[in-house]
Design a binder for this molecule. Structure first.
Ligand code: R5P
Length: 285
């Protein structure tokens, strides 16, 4: 096995290679003067099972992934596995309004042309991966999140909406604490409302777990609600810290007590590593 890192995921790819005790190459990716992507995998041959680690977000990373797939094929890869820590476009997984594309399907089909199997972490909906028409696995970051918070005195784990309930259960059970979900009503892209909480939060240390933080609207509203319900502290952990624009600064300046994310998207708060989970799954496959 050999791990090839795209530029979105160098540190994570290196950590995966260390866990697999295999070689690691970072693709040399640059921009042509006109802004087009140039990528090169600097090896004489790659007669091996190749693991490419790269996000498909933002768009330039998607292009880089497509180019690296072709480059490793050209170098003779025996098989190509894509590890896509954060799968961009996964949220547009159906036609919400007439005339829209199924973006997640389009991206999956493009990527499938250059690989043999695919691994994602907490993809928005696992069914999206069926569009690859190839073997796939969607791994969960819950184990790594629970491990990180094991000694942080968490009393209750919350999901910010019913869709994330299984994640709250998975983390809550691992920590041996109660878990629940909040009822979220999305008014617009940035405006969300949350119904009052049922569990008694008075004096409790709360952990909110979510698959992603984008604008932070969900988390800010959930935190306000939990603090109003008497919570002593509210920390949040997500798998994918997208943090558009100045969201991270805004969250750090809010009444949240801590913001953490997994390292599917690198940032100053991506301290929860999913490398072991990915390496273990690749070994078992
Ligand atoms: C929603 O389905 C997701 O689980 C997240 O709660 C949501 O995408 C977060 O977005 P934002 O940070 O913009 O509220």
């Amino acid at each position: 096995m050999i791990v090839v890192a795209g530029s979105s995921s160098t540190d994570l790819a290196q950590e995966i290679a260390e866990n697999l005790q295999c070689d690691f190459i970072k693709a040399d990716t640059q921009k042509f003067p006109d802004g087009e992507c140039y990528s090169r995998v600097n090896a004489l041959t790659l007669n091996d099972d190749v693991i490419i680690v790269q996000n498909t977000y933002p768009d330039e990373n998607l292009i880089e992934m497509l180019l690296i797939e072709d480059a490793v094929r050209g170098l003779g890869a025996k098989s190509v596995t894509l590890v896509i820590p954060y799968f961009g476009y996964a949220r547009q997984d159906k036609i919400f309004k007439l005339g829209e594309p199924e973006s997640a399907k389009v991206i999956s089909k493009c990527l499938a042309m250059g690989c043999d199997r695919v691994v994602t972490i907490d993809i928005h909906k696992e069914d999206t991966l069926k569009h690859f028409g190839l073997p796939y696995k969607d791994l969960k970051a819950a184990e790594a999140i629970a491990e990180y918070f094991r000694d942080k005195n968490i009393d209750i784990v919350f999901a910010p909406d019913i869709g994330a309930k299984a994640r709250a259960r998975s983390v809550g059970e691992r920590l041996g604490v109660p878990y629940d979900y909040l009822e979220k009503i999305r008014i617009s892209g940035t405006d969300v409302r949350i119904k009052p909480v049922n569990l008694d939060c008075t004096g409790k240390n709360i952990l909110i777990v979510d698959d992603m933080i984008s604008t932070g609207g969900t988390i800010v509203t959930a935190t306000r609600q939990l603090k109003e319900a008497g919570a002593k502290s509210v920390m949040v952990a997500c798998t994918h810290g997208i943090f558009v624009n100045n969201t991270l600064d805004r969250l750090e300046g809010s009444n949240l007590d801590a913001v953490l994310s997994a390292n599917t998207i690198a940032s100053k708060v991506s301290k929860i590593s999913v490398a072991k989970i990915i390496a273990r799954s690749l070994k078992e496959w």
